[in-house]
Design a protein around this ligand. Sequence first.
Ligand code: 0O2
Length: 210
Amino acid sequence: MKNWDQFLAPYKQAVEELKVKLKGMRGQFELDSSPSPIEFVTGRVKPIPSILDKAQQKGIPLDRLEEEMQDIAGLRLMCQFVDDIRKVVKLLRIRNDFEIVEERDYISHKKTSGYRSYHVVIRYPVQTIHGEKKILAEIQIRTLAMNFWATIEHSLNYKYKGQFPETINTRLQRAAEAAFRLDEEMSTIRHEIQEAQAFFTRKKETKQNR
Ligand code: 0O2
């Protein structure tokens, strides 16, 4: 019987630390008054039932989870524009507080489900009272539109256990195309959007300083 509290503790610590660090990147862009490629950051430790389900599906023995399940600690970075994703990946590559183990580009090569996102798997050192422990974590980087689609598809997947009725499948494929076009359209007016956002930020700051 696995001691889950003990096993998950470094993952919980890693998620909390990485949330602070990645949100910090956003704050630094604000200080520089330049548009942040990161809109918001979320993080979670995979719930035990999901770990067990995935281990069973992929045939991972429970004593190999540390080495073989890469997303027990998961972080998500949401961007406004597709181009921002590449900027964020570059920023992750130059950091020296973790090591990148693998990158998976589901943007250039979307999954058959229609899923698009960029995944970066890292090895992150957690400092514990028993010394340093390196754990794997997965950072998913996606636009707001990709995130909207993935969140909805994930809930439907949960409901239908991956066996979508044909109509839902078709709708989801169409929705994925619509999300792709939305990203493309927004990219074409990126400068106008960012000018407007900078204007509102300045206006808010002037009000606050009064
Ligand atoms: P949860 O609940 O998000 O934690 P595999 O699971 O076989 O596709 P693998 O090796 O685990 O592949 O790695 P991958 O594909 O890089 O990352 C898996 C995670 O990416 C998933 O975790 C989802 O978060 C996300 N993801 C991958 N494919 C899809 C998809 O088609 N739809 C949605 N909505 N998300 C996807 P989990 O464990 O599935 O779930």
